[in-house]
Design a protein around this ligand. Structure first.
Ligand code: FAD
Length: 106
């Protein structure tokens, strides 16, 4: 009937714990998550996996920069900032922020 030994639906900590333990013991587990789960678990508004919209007019240099324009000493990293969402870009945004902090804050 199913390719999985267990299907975890809309899990909170309890369901995730059960799923992780079963998977660790060799069971095939499907974590069935929706954007609502991403919003609840990861605090991503409306469950958007790249946070801010990531189409052409909102990418790369069009994204908010790491250095706040309005609050002195505030630096931003992560998927809503330049260069964008996704693990490689987010690591890049951390590198950019660290460089800017060293340059501007001494
Ligand atoms: C289901 C899913 C699949 C993905 N798949 C891929 C993929 O295959 N490849 C890829 O490159 N990228 C993927 N991504 C995107 C990638 O995971 C993100 O772009 C990246 O992790 C974002 O890093 P971040 O540092 O901006 O935020 P996160 O790594 O999300 O860290 C933000 C942290 O801030 C915390 N937080 C949020 N709001 C507050 C608050 N108000 N107060 C205190 N803490 C707060 C959150 O709990 C979280 O721990 C995926 C994302 C999701 C959700």
């Amino acid at each position: 009937m199913s390719d999985y030994d267990a299907i975890v639906i809309g899990a909170g900590m309890g369901g995730l714990t059960a799923g992780a333990l079963l998977a660790k013991r060799g069971r095939k587990v499907l974590d069935c998550a929706t954007p609502l789960d991403f919003e609840r678990r990861l605090l991503l508004p409306e469950g958007a996996i790249y946070a801010l919209q990531q189409d052409l007019p909102a990418q790369a240099m069009f994204r908010p920069s790491a250095k706040s324009k309005s609050i002195r000493g505030l630096y931003l990293t992560g998927s809503s900032t330049h260069p964008g969402g996704g693990v490689p870009s987010v690591i890049g945004s951390g590198v950019i922020a660290a460089k800017l902090i060293e340059q501007n804050e001494g």
